[in-house]
Design a protein around this ligand. Structure first.
Ligand SMILES: [Zn+2]
Length: 71
C-alpha cells in the first residue's frame, strides 16, 4: 500500500445541462439549497426548496426549485 494524500472529503455534485445564460451545454456544480418560509412560497409560487447551481463556464449561479426537478 502506498501512502496517498487524502482526497478532500467534499461531495461535489455536478450535472450536465444547458445554461440559459451562456447558452452552452456544460457542467454545473451544486452549491447548496435554500429553503423559503411558507409565506414566501405562497407569495412567489416557488417551491419550498430552491437548489443553487453554478455554471462552470460562465460562473453564473442559477436557481432551480425542487418542484421543477421532480417533473
Ligand atoms: Zn453558463
Amino acid at each position: 500500500m502506498t501512502t496517498q494524500q487524502p482526497i478532500a472529503n467534499v461531495r461535489l455534485q455536478t450535472r450536465v445541462g444547458l445554461c440559459p445564460t451562456c447558452g452552452q451545454v456544460g457542467t454545473f456544480t451544486f452549491l447548496g439549497e435554500q429553503r423559503w418560509p411558507p409565506r414566501v412560497v405562497a407569495a412567489t409560487g416557488l417551491g419550498p426548496v430552491v437548489h443553487l447551481w453554478q455554471c462552470n463556464q460562465c460562473q453564473t449561479t442559477l436557481t432551480e426549485t425542487a418542484s421543477e426537478t421532480q417533473d
